[in-house]
Design a protein around this ligand. Structure first.
Ligand code: ADP
Length: 257
């Protein structure tokens, strides 16, 4: 499988604290990768490096076969930030309008909105199971439903890679499985490579094909079934104390939010 992102010997520090050390990983085209790690382990920093928002002090990042500083085709990458979880519920926009706003990047602000564009919006809403909510005010929806709408907004520009920062934070425990099911469908049926980060090891679903455990270093990177086997054996040597605790919680069914 061709890799969509390739990272070689990546180091990053803020002022004097090194937060990422010698990270090497490649993300295969068509995979669904979860990067897991406790708070402060460098997950957001790694995403910012991949999105070109930060520059590494050392190492290389290649995106779609191109060195990141030369890469221009950012439309191929959709990003749903953590801030999407704390959307101001008083904001007067419909679900349709929120998703349509994802097209302005592509169309320019004052381009006439045509019927084909509406179809794209409905199609994206369909893909996340939210079509019948198109006329609802975004503020009236649950956290999980809002998250689906923000994913639809990222989908309208037809990304090949979708990056999600802690997407299950606002999702109720009983809806986490169907949320992952929806992501699994995007991954399989639409051939979108997915990269998500989460601190919550308890919710890693079987829709995820690959797992990377980050805690300054990359402690593990491989297929989900291999990860599950290691988890069964106790993860501390791969993952560090914090995550061992989360795994422990999970065994007693209490890790979900
Ligand atoms: P995570 O997303 O896994 O919680 P982060 O990438 O946000 O981790 O943070 C990794 C480390 O870098 C933490 O120790 C954090 O305090 C530090 N850090 C994050 N952003 C900055 C910044 N802008 N300046 C200085 N230190 C930062």
């Amino acid at each position: 499988m061709q890799s969509i992102i390739d990272i070689q010997h990546l180091f990053y520090r803020y002022e004097k604290d090194t937060v990422l050390e010698d990270i090497n990983m490649s993300i295969p085209d068509g995979s669904f990768l979860a990067i897991v790690g406790p708070n402060g382990s460098g997950k957001s920093t790694l995403l910012k490096l991949i999105l070109g928002l930060l520059k590494p002090q050392k190492g290389e990042i290649t995106i779609f076969g191109q060195e990141i500083s030369k890469f221009k085709d950012w439309q191929k990458i959709g990003y749903v930030s953590q801030k999407a979880n704390s959307f101001n519920t008083g904001f007067p926009a419909t679900v349709f309008e929120v998703v349509a706003s994802g097209l302005t990047k592509k169309l320019g602000l004052f381009t006439f909105f045509k019927k084909e564009h509406s179809l794209k919006v409905f199609e994206a809403l369909e893909a996340v199971g939210m079509r019948e909510f198109s006329n609802r005010n975004i503020g009236e929806l649950s956290g999980g439903q809002q998250q689906r709408v923000f994913i639809a907004r990222a989908l309208v520009s037809e990304p090949k890679l979708l990056i999600l920062d802690e997407p299950t934070v606002g999702v109720d425990a009983e809806n986490v499985n169907s949320f992952y099911q929806m992501l699994g469908d995007l991954n399989k049926n639409r051939a979108i490579t997915l990269l998500l980060v989460t601190h919550d090891i308890g919710t890693i679903s079987d829709k995820v094909t690959h797992v990377a455990c980050l805690n300054k270093h990359l402690h593990f990177h491989g297929e989900t079934k291999e990860f599950e086997e290691l988890r069964g054996e106790g993860m501390s040597e791969f993952y560090g104390h914090d995550v061992h605790l989360l795994a422990h919680h999970h065994e007693h069914g209490g890790a979900r939010k």
